[in-house]
Design a protein around this ligand. Structure first.
Ligand code: FAD
Length: 412
């Protein structure tokens, strides 16, 4: 049998890396990479950091080596959107073309969620997921202008930090009780919120939004109208960034036989349980994770990076046994914050080094076992912490909280 034809749907971080990893693994078949963005595959983290403040340009973000994307011996690149996949293994593009394939790798990430309230379609209201989003935001981010960020998750907080660094006035409106609540314990959120306030960002929590309205008689700028603690509140903005997460879009796979649930389902080798010819990787993959005994969909750089290698290995018949432990980093106001594992409300949080000007280490125990941690300017502890979480190490809270006992000792 001839080497199979691999179609990669989505030419972002994970899709691009799958193509590279296939060639690195000696894959001899055809590779077609279809993506709807007009760029070679690129990494997104700088979009809310260095790229947003103008310190990086498009080519800095493109996956290295650049030459790989120009060489047709590596892959065929097509710009377009896949709108339908059939069980007979054919993909339909939005321009009417079809591509037959043997193996499909779904690497379509997610689309930025929008607000379903009146006024949310005003031109001042933006999202930040793509290079084009970032390029369109940059000229609007001028010193003295008012940015209102809706959503205190990681991207909203990063954008607010970038905005004040550029001399903007930034306000974050968070619907929940605290910022970055999906991955940080309350102690971590409170420290982060205080850091932002110290740098001039106004952070408001428990905000319910009602609408965005144009100010009477004005042609630019909007008022964000909502409620907080039962009172009507209004925040005036020149620019509004909606940062309320992403939604996996799997409509194009309906009817294809590919099993879907909160993204594309995958086993620990990235293979779809409904269609053995389909793999999923990156933000779209809702993968069975043996560390947690359930499916976990991760939206992180490392998950895209490592997952791509694992998919390529599985396709060439040498599946690797790597299991992705959640890990992410964020840079805000010059501080590096890394989060390992998952925080579940009710976990016992241990302050090993209270986050301060210098550094910080918060760890948490889930049912007596180390389940994760937040490292502030303390990335050197990451590997030891990961070892503890992977092992589900049972460590006494007093010992875990004693900075005199190196994590390395506990990880042995
Ligand atoms: P993507 O990179 O989004 O690629 C998916 C591609 O598929 C896109 O180009 C999309 O347009 C395309 N596509 C979608 N549907 C179709 C279709 N039907 N047909 C064709 N093409 C399609 N992670 C961290 O760990 N740390 C960070 O600091 C960090 N910062 C971030 C900052 C920003 C602003 C963003 C947006 C993300 C950040 N991330 C960070 C997350 C990280 O970038 C993502 O997890 C990673 O990009 C996921 O890669 P992916 O390939 O799954 O998705």
């Amino acid at each position: 049998m001839n080497a199979p034809h691999v179609l990669i749907a989505g030419a972002g971080h994970a899709g691009g890396r799958v193509a590279q990893a296939l060639r690195a693994a000696g894959f001899a078949g055809r590779v077609t990479l279809v993506g709807d963005e007009p760029y070679a595959p690129y990494e997104r983290p700088a979009l809310s950091k260095d790229m947003l403040v103008g310190a990086k340009g498009v080519s800095d973000l493109v996956l290295q080596p650049h030459a790989f994307w120009q060489d047709e011996a590596n892959l065929a690149r097509r710009q377009g959107r896949i709108v339908k996949v059939s069980p007979e293994r054919s993909a339909l593009l939005d321009d009417g073309a079809t591509i037959d394939f043997d193996i499909l790798v779904v690497a379509t990430g997610g689309a930025a969620r929008r607000l379903a309230i009146p006024g949310a379609d005003a031109p001042e209201v933006r999202t930040l997921r793509t290079m084009d989003d970032c390029l369109a935001l940059r000229p609007a981010m001028a010193a003295g202008r008012r940015l209102v960020v809706i959503g205190g998750g990681v991207i909203g907080m990063e954008a607010a930090a970038s905005a004040v660094a550029m001399g903007m006035r930034a306000t974050v409106l968070e619907g929940g009780a605290r910022v970055m609540a999906r991955c940080l314990p309350p102690e971590g959120s409170h420290w982060l919120q205080a850091l932002h306030v110290q740098h001039g960002v106004s952070v408001e929590t428990d905000v319910r939004l009602d609408l965005l309205a144009r100010k009477e008689g004005s042609t630019a700028g909007v008022s964000v109208v909502g409620r907080q603690a039962g009172a009507v509140r209004t925040w005036d903005a020149d620019l509004v960034l909606v940062a309320v997460g992403i939604a996996p879009d799997t409509a194009f796979l309906e009817g294809s036989g590919v099993a879907l649930d909160n993204g594309v389902l995958a086993d620990e080798n990235h293979r779809n349980p409904g269609a053995p010819w389909c793999y999923a990787v990156g933000d779209i993959a809702n993968m069975h994770n043996p560390l947690y005994g359930r499916h976990v969909r991760q939206e992180t750089w490392r998950n895209a990076e490592n997952g791509a290698r694992a998919v390529a290995a599985a396709i060439v018949g040498a599946p690797d046994t790597h299991v992705e432990l959640p890990w992410m980093w964020t840079d805000q106001h010059g501080r590096n914050i890394q989060v390992v594992g998952m925080y579940t409300p009710g976990d016992l949080v241990v302050s090993r080094i209270a986050p301060s000007e210098a550094s910080g280490v918060l760890l948490w125990l889930h049912e007596g076992r180390v389940a994760g941690g937040m490292l502030v300017d303390c990335g050197r502890e990451r590997k030891q912490l990961e070892a503890l979480v992977r092992r589900g190490a049972a460590v006494d809270a007093a010992i875990l909280g004693d900075p005199a006992i190196p994590l390395k000792e506990l990880a042995k």
